[in-house]
Design a protein around this ligand. Structure first.
Ligand code: ZN
Length: 144
């Protein structure tokens, strides 16, 4: 049985969840994925899908895949391993960031320490504003 996320707080404009620590990520099961939790439904995301993955030592994702319209960004947070995209293999370690176009045929393998990572999936070419263009700074203090 899969671990479930825990609600921390929610309001009109936010939802906060607890996934647990890295050791607990391994307890999530989604379809063929052991050790992966998808946040779109859990956190009610509307513009992207984010998954948090924890591969145990010397493991691999169960398949290669591409996408129809979404690009993905993989960000390695702990451990490392290898990624293969379109037949090209390269190393991953803590701090590695990889963007893959929708058509890229990809998969991941972990090394001896395992690998914990985020995968952010969003429609290729959809971002029209970001950072300073989209942020609205306020002088509001913390509520007491
Ligand atoms: Zn994907």
């Amino acid at each position: 049985m899969s671990k479930q996320t825990t609600l921390i707080a929610r309001g009109e404009n936010f939802k906060a969840l607890d996934l647990g620590g890295w050791e607990e990520i391994a307890q999530y099961v989604t379809g063929p994925f052991q050790g992966k939790v998808f946040l779109k439904e859990a956190a009610e995301l509307s513009g992207c899908e984010i998954s948090v993955g924890a591969l145990p030592p010397s493991a691999a994702l169960p398949f290669f895949h591409s996408h129809k319209q979404n690009e993905e960004v993989y960000i390695v947070l702990r451990g490392g391993g290898e990624m293969q995209v379109d037949g090209k293999t390269f190393p991953l370690k803590e701090g590695s960031v990889v963007r893959v176009s929708p058509a890229g045929m990809r998969s991941l393998k972990s090394g001896a320490e395992g690998m914990s990572y985020l995968c952010i999936q969003t429609k290729a070419g959809s971002l029209s504003q970001w950072t300073g263009d989209d942020g609205v700074i306020s002088q509001q203090p913390w509520e007491k």
